[in-house]
Write a protein that binds this ligand. Structure first.
Ligand code: ACO
Length: 330
């Protein structure tokens, strides 16, 4: 069966590095606590610009890898929880900055599962014939929504973007084979931003009460993420009639090293086959998975035909997993 595939990648992180020691000087925390409880050593924060400015260099690298102009794109999806503005969409802003004059597009709000949701959507648009080339971006400037005075969240996140191009594969043996997506809205209050939407619009009081920052029940999210990610991967493997022995790389959402290790342990997957870069970037939300793919590809660690499982879990709760065979580098 002809299928859609990822045919190019790109990523971008801002240049300014914030090691754990930076927080030691500002919050009641230590490098040792952050490393041992999260696995994060440093992250990048953008000094200016919005999600579109993170996505732009990543998108340019992606198009360059494929050797096509922006005008060859016919759809742009930006998965983000930190859009430049409520309107217009970050996809529209990125379209103008790229000069992708023939592309329509939209933002997708799936938090940490946003990239997986967007990849699945792009795959179906391409396979259904509604689009030929879809640029799928995961981009978040988390430093714009995380309370710098809250040690429980400030240390977890970073800013970054990852982008992939989705189009029909010329080889039926590679591409996106299977996916599973779920949502459990009962988890909504475990991880959320209280104000700034239509329910509680921004006003002087909401700002004074610091209600525009991410609030989370870390322990609840941690438990739900381990169970949710392991379940969605198990369901995917079953649906794709795959065993873990077949899988070259598992690319989990990068929230916490202990979450990733617990998921790998539950599944019986050796950590050598799990992609981890959150030690350097923290949790970049919608960007984590494409950032991993792009970085691993650039480092020559992904081979044509490799069986890869992507898995995400995030606010909502949302979760999703994708099974694909790597289609770059034939
Ligand atoms: N430095 C020092 N102490 C801290 C810090 C910090 N940066 N942050 C929290 N603590 C304290 C807490 O206040 C608490 O103190 P208390 O017992 O006096 O109240 C203590 O550490 C233990 O807190 P726990 O929540 O039990 O610590 P835990 O080991 O669970 O780690 C963490 C906390 C890292 C937030 C963890 O719960 C977690 O990673 N949860 C998942 C959250 C997440 O990744 N969310 C991202 C979005 S969702 C997703 O991507 C899947």
């Amino acid at each position: 069966m002809p299928k859609a595939a990822i045919t190019a990648t790109g990523h971008y992180v801002p240049p300014d590095v914030y090691p754990n020691a930076w927080f030691e000087q500002r919050l009641d925390t230590t490098d040792a606590w952050i490393r041992s409880r999260t696995g994060i050593a440093e992250r990048r924060f953008a000094s200016e610009g919005g999600a579109s400015d993170l996505a732009l260099p990543a998108a340019r690298r992606c198009l360059e890898m494929r050797g096509i102009e922006a005008a060859a794109l016919d759809c742009i999806i930006v998965a983000t929880m930190t859009p430049d503005r409520p309107i217009p969409s970050t996809a529209a802003i990125l379209q103008a900055k790229l000069g992708a004059i023939n592309a329509w597009g939209f933002d997708l709000a799936g938090a940490c599962s946003g990239f997986v949701y967007a990849l699945v959507t792009a795959t179906k648009l391409v396979e259904g014939g509604a689009a030929r080339r879809v640029l799928v971006c995961g981009a978040d400037r988390m430093s714009s929504v995380v309370d710098p005075t809250d040690r429980a969240t400030a240390v977890l996140f970073g800013d970054g973007a990852g982008v992939v191009l989705v189009e029909m594969s010329e080889d039926d043996e590679v591409g996106v084979f299977e996916h599973v997506c779920h949502m459990d809205g009962e988890g909504a209050t475990a991880l959320y931003v209280p104000a700034g939407g239509s329910l509680i619009p921004a006003d002087a009081e909401s700002v004074a009460q610091r209600r525009h920052f991410v609030v989370q029940d870390g322990a609840t999210v941690f438990r739900a993420a381990v169970v949710g990610m392991a379940e969605v991967i198990a369901e995917l493997l079953k649906r794709a009639d795959l065993t873990l022995e077949d899988v070259a790389w598992m690319v989990p959402h990068q929230a916490n090293r202990r979450i990733i290790e617990a998921v790998a342990r539950r599944l019986g997957l050796p950590l050598e086959r799990v992609v981890i870069n959150l030690d350097r970037y923290g949790n970049t939300v919608a960007a984590t998975i494409p950032l991993c793919l792009s970085e691993w590809h650039d480092d020559g660690r992904l081979a044509y035909g490799d069986r890869i499982v992507l898995a995400a879990f995030g606010a909502g709760f949302t979760s999703g997993a994708v099974y694909l065979r790597w289609a770059i580098g034939a």
